[in-house]
Design a protein around this ligand. Structure first.
Ligand code: NAP
Length: 298
């Protein structure tokens, strides 16, 4: 099967087309003047997925589809088969269909497969792409960690580990919107993905047909209180919040939540080759909130 028009122009097909990250990707590619299509075909449906690839003939698939649970990942604890159908069978099936057709496949995956441990304490070294997952406190994270172990062997796949993604608006899926609405928040440093900084990087990596696993966050780690302090100071002066401990948090959630810092050395040095820099997370948040403020978000 031919996989492009043969004119050397990249053609992007975004999977999970109605999703939040997918919407940002589509807008970004359109703004860059790139040729982009979206689909909502179920990833696990092999015949339909192959037919969609044959119809659109993309050079690149951006897989932003996945079962994330509503209202949150706790849903996955009670819907394990549906979660596996999407996050395991579907994700692998789509990677395989792309491989058979010579299509580069970027997987928008998660870095929520780690938790701080003795070798990686708060403020210590972050987790490397090569470190084995050590967090299986949620079924969602467990499926994602297992799939990564397999999918990384596909020679057409680029796996990007996002964490707690943040957009320049207050969309309900934005990490800031979520923690700003909670009655209480924990206060732990984490790696976060500011989408305005990282999504352009995902396109660069895909266009260069890079493959393998990348920690896909801004460099550094930032605590919940640091995020909310910046939010209050820049966006919403009247905002205040209450903290609680991890033990108290455990009483109000079904699945555990990952807290960790990812090492971004591999990503930063790869992007340097393309002359693209990602700001450190505190700086990135400040800029993100300033963009929000300038856009009139309150
Ligand atoms: N948002 C986060 O906090 C976060 C953090 C790290 C990583 N990620 C990952 O990034 C990806 C995109 O996340 P998002 O926040 O954009 O999630 P989202 O808004 O829930 O979008 C995911 C989309 O994927 C679709 N989908 C689910 N299962 C599918 C399947 N089997 N075949 C085809 N489409 C399917 C969903 O459609 P239906 O609703 O119709 O099922 C939905 O439109 C996910 O894989 C997620 O795990 C997200």
């Amino acid at each position: 099967m031919a996989t492009s028009k043969g004119d050397g122009v990249n053609r992007f097909l975004i999977w999970g087309g109605d999703g939040w990250v997918a919407g940002h990707l589509k807008k970004l590619l359109q703004d860059q003047g790139k040729e982009v299509y979206t689909t909502t075909i179920r990833m696990e449906n092999r015949e339909a997925a192959l037919a969609e690839l044959a119809r659109v003939r993309p050079t690149h698939v951006l897989n932003a589809a996945g079962c994330t649970g509503r209202p949150n990942v706790d849903w996955c604890e009670d819907n394990k088969e549906a979660t596996m159908r999407s996050n395991v069978i579907g994700t692998l099936n789509l990677a395989d269909c792309c491989h058979l057709n010579g299509i580069h496949c970027t997987v928008f995956a998660t870095g929520c497969i780690y938790q701080y441990d003795e070798a990686h304490p708060w403020g210590g070294p972050g987790f490397l792409e090569t470190d084995p997952a050590n967090f299986d406190g949620s079924f969602y994270s467990m499926t994602k960690a297992h799939v990564e172990e397999i999918i990384k062997h596909y020679t057409n796949c680029l796996v990007l580990r996002l964490r707690m993604p943040v957009s320049d608006d207050l969309h309900p899926r934005n990490f800031v919107t979520k923690i700003a609405k909670y009655d209480h928040v924990v206060d732990i440093p984490n790696s976060n993905t500011i989408l305005s900084d990282l999504l352009p990087a995902s396109i660069l990596l895909a266009e260069h047909r890079d493959v393998g696993v990348y920690n896909f966050t801004n460099p550094g780690a930032i605590s919940h209180n640091e995020v909310l302090t910046l939010f209050r100071d820049i966006v919403r002066p009247s905002f205040n919040w209450k903290n609680f401990s991890l033990e108290e948090q455990a009483k109000v959630i079904k699945a555990g939540r990952s807290n960790c810092e990812l090492d971004t050395t591999k990503l930063v040095s790869k992007l340097k080759e393309y002359k693209y820099e990602i700001p450190e997370i505190h700086d990135a948040y400040r800029k993100c909130f300033e963009r929000m403020k300038a856009a009139g978000v309150e």
